[in-house]
Design a protein around this ligand. Structure first.
Ligand SMILES: Cc1ncc(COP(=O)(O)O)c(C=O)c1O
Length: 372
């Protein structure tokens, strides 16, 4: 095999996928609880997304950044508020890279604060603010001037801020995804907000996973009463095609100049068209996402199992933390017709399609009851 496979793939070969279901080449049907890691907000093969991509593909597939695409401004409008600007990239990691570049251009040698268990990507820049030592430290030395504090630990945050008066920005994932579907505590966010205000820190919020209506609001930071100077988005943005964005507010809109950043591929015209379809639909689904998210959460809480430590999350970004690892849970689940994303063996993360129905949620719950 010449493909260097360093992923822990499922032992199944996909034939096709539709809505919340994936079908393998042997004719087996699986219910998908994580939708391409939170990417397929309208489910697999959504007819309108597919149709719009196809019709644009018939006209052109790629043009490069020499041309402004017909959908760029519409998508920028859909992800920004008045006074903000968006720049498009190809992925969440690239969005982190650009956010760091904007910050570094603004603050020079000053320091950037980040938090344990926060995930912002795997490039060298993104790893420099990545709160997972296991995937970060083997690549050291990384960018200088990055300071880590413990997520949800107010004392540690205060101590870190006091010891590093030259911190001038913070990279924050208010609802940690890869960190185990872990929301920031209100008191912790309040402390962070007051430190930002007192010290004039730039607040960069990573919304790659929790953003774009996954929690029922356009950005998860709205649940935390936060304001962002810089916001990163990706995953759901391109409707299954690679697209990321950095949203800048206030002074941040003036940092980048021609030549400061760019990509041959971004923004891909097909991804932009998909983004337009997806975002226009999601905007109208906020209440229903919240309602079905609450339903899912309550149903998860009603699963009776000695092995459940906690059920948590917001909207349709939910997790079950287990007390003890269930050996081969992922593969046992697949044999049972359900695809699960199990983090560190202990937390089952649910990032289903945002148009999942209550009946489909019920089907997931029935299978989970058998498994845990
Ligand atoms: C919060 C967060 N930020 C950044 C990234 C990196 O995004 P990508 O995998 O698109 O590069 C991820 C990916 O899971 C993420 O969850």
């Amino acid at each position: 095999m010449r493909y260097l496979n360093i992923y822990n793939n499922y032992d199944l070969s996909i034939d096709h996928a539709h809505g919340v279901y994936i079908y393998d080449k042997e004719g087996n049907k699986y219910i998908d609880t994580f939708a391409g890691i939170g990417v397929l907000a309208l489910g697999h093969s959504h007819p309108e997304v597919t149709e719009e991509i196809k019709s644009k593909l018939d006209r052109y597939a790629h043009t490069s950044n020499f041309f402004l695409d017909e959908d760029t401004e519409t998508v920028a409008d859909l992800i920004t508020s008045e006074g903000e600007k968006a720049f498009f990239v190809n992925s969440g990691t690239e969005a982190t890279e650009l956010a760091l570049k904007i910050i570094k251009k603004k603050i020079g040698d000053s320091k950037i604060l980040f938090f344990s268990n926060s995930f912002h990507g795997r490039s060298l820049g993104a790893l420099s603010v990545n709160g997972f030592p296991g995937i970060r430290d083997q690549f050291k030395p990384l960018l200088p001037g990055m300071v880590e504090a413990e997520f949800n630990n107010i004392e540690d945050l205060e101590r870190t801020a006091a010891e590093n008066p030259d911190i001038k920005a913070v990279m924050f994932e208010p609802l940690q995804g890869s960190g185990g579907v872990q929301p920031a505590d209100k008191d912790f966010v309040d402390k962070l907000k007051s430190l930002c205000k007192a010290n004039n820190w730039i607040m960069a919020v990573d919304e790659v996973q929790a953003g774009l209506y996954r929690t029922g609001k356009r950005y998860s930071y709205e649940h935390f009463d936060l304001e962002a100077d810089i916001t990163t988005a990706a995953k759901a943005l391109g409707g299954g095609l690679p697209l990321g964005a950095v949203i800048m507010a206030g002074e941040m809109t003036e940092v980048l100049e021609p030549g400061d950043h760019g990509s041959t591929f971004a923004p891909n015209p097909l991804a932009l068209r998909a983004a337009k379809v997806v975002l226009e639909k999601l905007e109208k689904m906020q209440d229903s996402i919240t309602e079905r998210g609450n339903y899912f959460l309550e149903e998860l809480k009603m699963i009776e199992s000695e092995n459940i430590k906690e059920v948590r999350g917001i909207g349709l970004m939910l997790g079950i933390e287990l007390k003890n690892e269930i050996p081969n849970l992922r593969d046992k689940a697949a044999e049972n017709g359900i695809l699960l994303n199990v983090l560190k063996g202990k937390t089952i993360r649910f990032l289903p399609a945002l148009n999942i129905t209550k009946e489909e949620i019920d089907a997931i719950i029935i299978k989970l009851k058998e498994l845990i």
